[in-house]
Structures are given as structure tokens and as C-alpha cells.
Design a protein around this ligand. Structure first.
Ligand SMILES: NCc1[nH]cc(CCC(=O)O)c1CC(=O)O
Length: 313
């Protein structure tokens, strides 16, 4: 085992590098003598930074190159933010390990206002997430939502330039980058239901690479895995493939899983919500059941409209 090397395919944004280094450090701590190297890569998503994600084909853009590297044998694993991992994997690859979740909430970030409630009528809020957009619009139809893309650092500098009165980012990303002091308020799940998998880091590898899978096993976090499984099962049944106005958030109290989800029209005009409680063994079936309930209650029409609007021309 001592001559084994694990190569981690990673994007080069500060957040991606943080996550890859986190897995590198943990693997080396669990397996003294194991060599773990980073293989930095550029993905299409990193190149097309000025177009709203929903219009360029969604989050898959950030993972395709990493997956090719694993299939070619140039890398062994890829580390992802779970919320950016598409629901389906190429043949031969799969998500094998989910690590302990960081704070899953969204953060309200502003240089002038302490909270969403403090924002004056008509304020400009930056986010490119349809999920954040629809929840903000539903509570505050007066706000002007403007697109905001780029790495966390880029987004913060756009706020600091005065282009926005406030922006919404994930708490987890800000904490990981040591930017926690920029958070003015964390939005509760009632204010803004988080995205599927938000705050959790997951590891993808070749499914037939049993040695690597065994080495990754100690990094898995049971509670996070159950929560994210429920959230992803919900998303998968909704066929939430590209960027979508879907929130899905599970909490675990003892063995009881509490899954909440919503599908909203991006303009905030409609929102379908639901929840399920049940034993954690049923994480995936709860997700599927809840998705079916939402579809029957109007989510099908909302998603159909969103996908049509985003269809590649
Ligand atoms: N969409 C980009 C992205 N993907 C993962 C995170 C960080 C938080 C996480 O790990 O969920 C972010 C930044 C953000 O949404 O603010």
C-alpha cells in the first residue's frame, strides 16, 4: 500500500482547491505513507463565466473534464461540492463517498444592510441561482434580482464595486475560504431552503477501483450521507438535471429523517412545497415519494416551463 498514489482531479478555483486539499489531508491522515497528489484542470464551466449557467447547459460543465480524466486513468478521484454533482454519472464512474457536511445554509452578504428584512424597497440583489431567486422573489417581490457569476472572490468584488446592494452565497463556501466575516446573516431553511447537497463534499471514482474505494471509506460521514441521499433522490425523480429552481433539504434527528423540498417558478409567482418524515433507512424512497407529490401538485408544469426557456438554441 505504501507505493500507492491517489491523484485528485480538481478545478482550480480557490474553493475547488480547498476541497481537494481537504480530501488530500484527510486521506494522508487516515493512511500514513499514502501519497496523494492534485491534478489541476480547467473545465468548460470555468471558461464560460459570463453567461447565466442555466443558458449554457448547467452544472455538468464543471465536472465533465474531471470525469474524462478518471476514465482515461490520468486521475483516480474527483472531489465535488455535492450541489454541483449531476444526478447521473458516466458508465463506470460513481459517487462513492460523502464527507461531513459544513453549514448548509445560504448567506446574506451586504456592505450596508444586516439582513434581507433590512433591504430597502427595490434593492438590487445578486444571484444566478434560480432556487435563490424564486425564494427571494416570493418573499420580496420588490427586489431586483441580477445575475452574478464567477468564483466566490469575484462575486464579492462585484458586491464591493457597488453593483449590488446584497448578494447571496453559500455559508459553506465562505467559511472554507476564511471569509466568514462577510456573512451578515445566515438564511434559515424557512427563508431559503438550501440546494440539494449544499455544504457537503463528495468523492467520485471509478467503480471498479476497489483499492481506492477502500482507502476512501473512512472519509464517509453516515449522517450526511443519509441526508444527501434523500435530497438527491428527490432531485433525481424530478429530473433536476441542469440548473433548476429546486430546494431540497434533509435533517436527521436520531434515526428520523425530515426532508423538505420546494419547486418554484423563477419569478416567484408560484411555489410548490412539501415534506416527509420517516426512518432514515427509507431516505431514498422518501425522496422519490416527495418528488412525486410535488410533481402532482404543479411542479411538473413549473419545471417544464423552466426547461423550455433554457433549451439550447
Ligand atoms: N454554485 C457554486 C458553489 N458550489 C458550491 C459552493 C459552496 C457551498 C457548497 O459546498 O455547497 C458554491 C458557491 C455558492 O453557492 O456560494
Amino acid at each position: 500500500m505504501l507505493d500507492k498514489i491517489i491523484r485528485i482531479a480538481t478545478r482550480q478555483s480557490p474553493l475547488a482547491l480547498w476541497q481537494a486539499q481537504y480530501v488530500q489531508t484527510r486521506l494522508m491522515a487516515c493512511h500514513p505513507g499514502l501519497q496523494v497528489e492534485l491534478v489541476p484542470m480547467v473545465t468548460k464551466g470555468d471558461i464560460i463565466l459570463d453567461t447565466p449557467l442555466a443558458k449554457v447547459g448547467g452544472k455538468g460543465l464543471f465536472v465533465k473534464e474531471l470525469e474524462l480524466a478518471m476514465l482515461d486513468g490520468r486521475a483516480d478521484i474527483a472531489v465535488h461540492s455535492m450541489k454541483d454533482v449531476p444526478v447521473e454519472f458516466p458508465e463506470g464512474l460513481g459517487l462513492v463517498t460523502i464527507c461531513e457536511r459544513e453549514d448548509p445554509r445560504d448567506a446574506f452578504v451586504s456592505n450596508h444592510y444586516a439582513s434581507l428584512a433590512d433591504l430597502p424597497h427595490g434593492s438590487i440583489v445578486g444571484t444566478s441561482s434560480l432556487r435563490r431567486q424564486c425564494q427571494l422573489r416570493q418573499k420580496r417581490p420588490d427586489l431586483q434580482i441580477r445575475d452574478l457569476r464567477g468564483n466566490v472572490g469575484t462575486r464579492l468584488s462585484k458586491l464591493d464595486n457597488g453593483e449590488y446592494d446584497a448578494i447571496i452565497l453559500a455559508v459553506a463556501g465562505l467559511k472554507r475560504l476564511g471569509l466568514e466575516d462577510r456573512i451578515r446573516a445566515a438564511l434559515t431553511p424557512e427563508e431559503c431552503l438550501p440546494a440539494v447537497g449544499q455544504g457537503a463534499v463528495g468523492i467520485e471514482c471509478r467503480l471498479d477501483d476497489q483499492i481506492t474505494r477502500d482507502l476512501l471509506a473512512p472519509l464517509a460521514h453516515r449522517e450526511t450521507t443519509l441526508r444527501v441521499q434523500a435530497e438527491r433522490a428527490m432531485n433525481m425523480r424530478l429530473e433536476g438535471g441542469c440548473q433548476v429552481p429546486i430546494g431540497s433539504y434533509a435533517e436527521l434527528e436520531g434515526n428520523e429523517l425530515w426532508l423538505r423540498a420546494l419547486v418554484g417558478a423563477p419569478d416567484g409567482s408560484q411555489m410548490v412545497c412539501g415534506e416527509r418524515r420517516g426512518p432514515s433507512e427509507n431516505a431514498e424512497s422518501m425522496g422519490v415519494d416527495l418528488a412525486e407529490e410535488l410533481l402532482a401538485n404543479g411542479a411538473r408544469e413549473i419545471l417544464h416551463e423552466v426547461y423550455q426557456g433554457n433549451a439550447p438554441k
